[in-house]
Design a protein around this ligand. Structure first.
Ligand SMILES: [Zn+2]
Length: 205
């Protein structure tokens, strides 16, 4: 700062209380500053540093980083959270990413592969396998379920929901899955079926 700038600054700040007046740094803060400066060169920059600064100001590009330098940076950054952590992508950025092909875009599993995946999760291999109890007997066929749904006009007998988007189940009224007589079967939508079977489990528990 030259003299006139200093004078202007003084005039501007005359009578104002300095922001740090009467404030002291906590011992923790002082320790942090001290730690931050540990091992750092203090005092006027060396000739080498001066040259580097001058070159940087002139826009002189340095050559590629040495492997050693890269290693240093790597070590210094290791364990630090990513600068992107917690940042939200802008709407534009998200828009740009939308619809970009992913790893599986346009690809399909082969029939063989699908079969393998299916087989490896069937029955007792399935994590939701409940031990085999409650499995439906062979008399409770797909054709029978279809017949019941047709009889009930593809409509839930509890809430009356029907239509293409309603997934329907055929429910055993007496909860006895081996009793697959037409009188014991009723068409229900999935939410109603879940509710009714949950209640039944509570009753028996
Ligand atoms: Zn329903």
């Amino acid at each position: 700062m030259n003299d006139t700038a200093t004078q202007r600054s003084r005039a501007r700040n005359f009578g104002l209380i300095p922001w740090n007046k009467g404030k002291t740094l906590s011992s923790r803060h002082r320790l942090n500053i001290s730690l931050g400066l540990t091992g750092k060169h203090r005092g006027p920059p060396s000739e080498e540093t001066k040259n580097k600064i001058a070159a940087a100001k002139l826009g002189v590009k340095r050559g590629p980083m040495s492997a050693e330098q890269k290693e240093k940076i790597k070590l210094a950054l290791t364990g630090r959270p990513s600068p992107l952590k917690g940042r939200q992508l802008s709407e534009e950025r998200r828009e740009a990413m939308r619809g970009r092909p992913g790893t599986w875009t346009g690809k399909h599993h082969s029939k063989e592969s699908l079969k393998k995946m299916s087989d490896s999760h069937k029955g007792s291999k399935n994590p939701r396998w409940n031990g085999g109890d409650g499995e439906y007997p062979p008399t409770f066929t797909k054709a029978l379920r279809k017949a019941i749904k047709e009889r009930d006009c593809y409509t839930c007998k509890i809430c009356g929901k029907h239509g293409k988007n309603v997934c329907l189940h055929v429910h055993h009224i007496d909860e006895d899955k081996s009793n697959s007589t037409v009188e014991n079967l009723v068409t229900l939508c999935v939410p109603c079926h879940t509710k009714i079977t949950k209640n039944a489990k509570k009753r028996t528990a």
